[in-house]
Design a protein around this ligand. Structure first.
Ligand code: CTP
Length: 373
């Protein structure tokens, strides 16, 4: 039996990118031989095994045939007779279909190296269309490598368009689609993910709500700035629902996040960002009541871990953010110093205590405006 490193690990090591995940292909072995060597099977009927020490995935060389709709609709054939070339041809892109043996020799039957050098994302064969997830994968790879000068081969774009024309994309689970979107949001050029989906006529199927945002060049520039993926997501949703009144916009954001199974951390930041961006950008003009209201609405006295992310978003959208970035944390810190016990010792309790705390808070906000904090 012979093992080869395959897929993204070969691609990224040749590009000089860090490799986080290593996948291996085993040629010439049976499941029984793998078990004898201590590998653990991943599933009952799937020819993939986990290495007992490294925990990495080793798949028996296999061929695949589409047997149904969507991502999971495959039947495969694994046997010791399946060659490395046969295993590699079922894959999505030429640059993902290279294998490296343990001496560093590359097997490259589909010209992945040439495409890596020419910076082209190119499908290997018409079998590309057997997996609709690949439309999203290509868009995500474009988000990752566009800054290196990568483009998508026109024939591959055409295949993606054909895939999008049918009903295949509708069979992908929301979780799988979100997973690709989330990863793309963390890449160097996240806007390329959306632009590519638009080009493939897939955006209208997958994220129709985002079309206004993707048609807006300012939004595309804004999300391409270095920022946390949650911030980029919030900027996108703000733009997507910019035309809705604020109550409706918040409802739209909730619905979008429910439908796309977005984690709460993404949804909550988007809601906070959309509701409070104007106040954050105009912080120097806010009076004491408005400053306190902002802090209370964002619950910043109890938890301010979102603040850094909100500032990241502001710095992309607002002209000037130095004042808010300096003054808001300073005000939060001062408000946290208020000691309710001292007020209780002065005889305040119940509702009167709450009012005394509020008055003290307002006075501190006013001190900041007067420059005496
Ligand atoms: N693959 C494929 N079609 C898919 C998913 C995966 O052809 N829908 C193949 C590709 O050869 C890919 C390999 O399986 O390189 C490993 O897939 P995966 O680990 O999901 O992605 P990587 O290509 O390794 O890329 P990433 O860096 O995004 O993990």
């Amino acid at each position: 039996m012979q093992t080869y490193l395959v897929g993204g690990a070969v691609r990224d090591s040749l590009l000089g990118y860090p490799v986080y995940d290593r996948d291996w292909v085993v040629v010439g072995a049976t499941p029984e031989q793998m078990l004898q060597q201590g590998f653990r099977p991943v599933g009952k009927d799937f020819p993939v095994f986990i290495h007992p020490d490294s925990g990495e995935e080793y798949a028996l060389a296999r061929t695949e045939r589409k047997s149904g709709k969507g991502y999971a609709g495959f039947c495969y054939f694994a046997s010791p007779d399946v060659t490395l070339e046969e295993d590699l041809i079922r894959r999505d892109l030429t640059i993902n279909a290279m294998a490296m043996d343990d001496e560093g020799n590359i097997t490259d039957p589909y010209n992945g190296l040439r495409d890596l050098q020419q910076k082209v994302l190119r499908h290997i064969s018409p079998a590309f269309s057997e997996d609709p997830l690949r439309v999203l994968r290509v868009a995500r790879f474009q988000a990752r490598y566009a800054n290196l000068g990568f483009t998508i081969a026109p024939q591959t774009v055409r295949l993606m368009q054909q895939l999008a024309q049918g009903d295949e994309l509708e069979h992908l689970t929301a979780e799988r689609v979100w997973q690709e979107f989330q990863r793309a949001l963390g890449e160097d050029s996240p806007e390329q993910f959306l632009v590519t989906l638009m080009q493939a006529n897939a955006l209208v199927k997958l994220f129709p709500e985002l079309i206004p945002a993707v048609n807006d060049p300012h939004t595309l520039t804004a999300i391409s700035q270095p920022a946390d993926p949650r911030v980029r997501f919030a900027i996108l949703l703000r733009s997507a629902f910019a035309k809705s009144p604020s109550e409706q916009r918040n409802q739209n954001i909730r619905t979008f996040c429910d439908e796309h199974r977005t984690p709460n951390a993404y949804r909550d930041l988007a809601l906070q960002f959309c509701s409070h961006l104007d106040q954050l950008c105009n912080y120097p003009q806010l009076d004491a009541i408005q400053r306190l209201e902002l802090i209370r609405n964002l619950d910043l006295l109890r938890r301010d871990e979102h603040l850094k992310l909100l500032f990241q978003g502001c710095s992309v959208i607002c002209n000037e953010t130095q004042s808010v970035e300096q003054q808001l944390p300073q005000l939060i810190e001062s408000l946290r110093q208020i000691n309710p016990k001292a007020l209780m010792d002065q005889g305040f309790k119940g509702k009167a205590l709450g009012e005394a705390i509020y008055r003290t808070q307002l006075a501190i906000c006013q001190q900041q405006i007067d420059g005496v904090l």
